[in-house]
Each structure stands twice: as C-alpha cells, then as structure tokens.
Design a protein around this ligand. Sequence first.
Ligand code: 2BA
Ligand code: 2BA
Length: 109
Amino acid sequence: MKLVMSIVQSDDAGRLVEALTQAGFRATTISTTGGFLRQGNATIFVGTEDEQVPHVLTLIREHCHARRQYVNPLPPVMEPGEVYMAAPVDVQVGGATVFVLDVLQFEQC
Ligand code: 2BA
Ligand code: 2BA
C-alpha cells in the first residue's frame, strides 16, 4: 500500500478531491501554507493499493495546473535617505508536488 501526498494549489483542491472520490478513492485534505510564498495551499492524502497509484497520479495531472504568480520581494535593510524600488518577481507555481510513500501498516479501528 502507498500513501500519495500531494501539495496542490487551493483553487485545484476541490475538483481533485471530487474526482478522486468519484473514482472510488478515499482522500483527506488539510489546509497548508507554502514556505516560500507564505500563501495557502492544500495537501491531499490518498491511501491506496500500489497498482492504483498511476490512476491517482493521472487524476492529479488532469486537475492541477501550473500558474504564474508575481510576488514583491522583502525590501533590503536600508540606510536613511536610500530609496528602494520593488520589482515584482515572477514565480511559477507548479500543478502539484507529489510524494509517494510506502505504508508499513494500514488499519481502520
Ligand atoms: P472511513 O473509511 O472511516 O474514513 C473516515 C475518514 O478517514 C475519511 O473521511 C477520510 O478523511 C479518511 N480516510 C479514510 N481512508 C482513507 C485513505 N485510504 N486515504 C486517505 N484518507 C482516508 P471522508 O472522506 O469524509 O469519508 C467518510 C466515510 O465515507 C468513510 O469512512 C467511508 O465509509 C465513506 N467513503 C469515503 N470515500 C468514499 C468513496 N470514494 N466511495 C464510497 N464511500 C466512501
Ligand atoms: P511555496 O513554498 O510557497 O513555493 C511556491 C513556488 O515558489 C514553488 O512552486 C517554486 O516555484 C518557488 N519556490 C519555492 N521555494 C523556492 C526557493 N527556495 N527558491 C526559489 N523559488 C522557490 P512549486 O515548486 O510548484 O511548489 C508549490 C508548493 O509545493 C510550495 O509552495 C510548497 O508548499 C510545496 N513544495 C514544493 N516542493 C516541496 C518540497 N520539496 N517539500 C515540501 N513542500 C514542497
């Protein structure tokens, strides 16, 4: 058995969970925050049989899309009188970041 842990953009999470559930998978979503952009994203856990992992990955690819985001970098430390013009930085946020982990034991008590 595997645990598929996917970090996805919040806008894609609802449709992905719906597709997973309709395909018969069990899923759990938690609200998470990216360390770089400090913006909300979602982490979806799917515990499933090894042979079903490709199907889960297909659904993730179908429902998660890369987007560009423009972020303002933090201003540097300045001396009095200095002027800093912030130039937004273009960041490509991926469709999904996926980790597939081996499950040692699965129980529903
Ligand atoms: P349970 O199987 O007892 O699952 C309770 C909660 O545990 C689930 O909440 C989900 O958050 C998590 N969970 C269970 N198995 C999981 C797994 N393999 N991977 C990741 N998370 C898992 P819900 O998703 O709200 O499901 C509530 C109940 O609805 C489930 O109770 C199950 O009886 C049923 N269910 C869930 N998904 C289903 C599906 N695709 N088709 C039919 N019944 C489903
Ligand atoms: P964030 O950490 O908010 O990162 C958003 C996007 O910013 C990343 O998109 C990447 O394009 C860029 N980025 C992140 N860290 C960077 C750095 N140290 N230097 C330069 N650019 C950086 P994605 O790679 O698609 O990641 C989307 C979200 O997935 C991340 O949000 C994070 O929450 C999670 N993630 C990605 N890779 C991860 C990893 N190896 N471990 C844990 N979480 C990861």
